[in-house]
Design a protein around this ligand. Sequence first.
Ligand code: IPM
Ligand code: MG
Length: 361
Amino acid sequence: MAQNYRITLLPGDGIGPEIMAIAVQVLKRIGEKFDLTFDFTEALIGGSAIDATGNPFPPETLAACQNSDSILLAAIGGYKWDNLPRNQRPETGLLALRSSLNLFANLRPATILPQLVDASTLKREVVEGVDIMVVRELTGGLYFGEPRGIFTTESGEKRGVNTMTYTESEIDRIGKVAFETAMKRGKKLCSVDKSNVLEVSQLWRDKITAMAADYPEVELSHLYVDNAAMQLVRSPRQFDTIVTSNLFGDILSDAAAMLTGSIGMLPSASLSNPGQPGVYEPVHGSAPDIAGQDKANPLAQILSAAMMLRYDLNQAAAADAIEAAVVKVLDQGYRTGDIVSAGFETVGCKAMGEALLKAIG
Ligand code: IPM
Ligand code: MG
């Protein structure tokens, strides 16, 4: 009997629906090959949810997510909603999704494919072979710490406040994910903090250092975040797995993504405790400037679906098959506009999808 999975689809805004449509086709085809079936439920998030309901993360969407084995998200946001009050912005919907599903561990791989080395803005000899996994804490730190707000002081001046906090248990659980991720990769973990200035980082460094005793095979190092940013562009191959807090991870994962030349290629996973559904999404945004024009690169969405199969659904062979199909279409010369270089023709989102279906067979 075919194994059946309940998947919530969150296409979101901008190019989201176009790339999600390709992912659904690819999953269906993979299902035929590996005897898997999917019950897809589509739900609203971000700007499209604001337009339909006034809320960027409606309760029906939360219920659908809680009721599924895994969640595939495309992208949210657009110029249209940029000037709304904070509680009605698409980003608020994304943060609510993360916190209400307890998605504390965000895995963002930055791998450079040999076919795309020349798409990087950095020199070939610097980026060739880069294979980094950024493990970003996703439900704590400056993004969620209290107190927060814009207050008025006694002298009548306004004062903006956010708070960076981490409890020991928050550091422990992300540390565990990071050490275990490093164990499955190159067994090197670099923890990034700002413990020369911040107490919260001092606690972070102390806890991560203490955990290393449980993972004697992992080579642990520490870097201050400013140095880590510099090292990432100076000699990125020194990194294997990086673990860091929410805001530092936001910044460093964008830098790491750009090493690879195309943010349009990178998937991510946001995970909760084992057995709880995770959210899988491309690292890139909703690209409203090219939405609806059949120009988007669907590959990050496709690779996110592969990560979903691997992590949430335990279907490694199906995930491998998707990843192999992506490599195959690149070898065949298919390039969307964001990854095209001299000698290649540009294809659209749909044509890339058709090539993928063919490659899967
Ligand atoms: C990301 C994004 C989000 C973040 C925004 C859209 C809230 O930049 O996923 O990295 O800051 O976490
Ligand atoms: Mg970001």
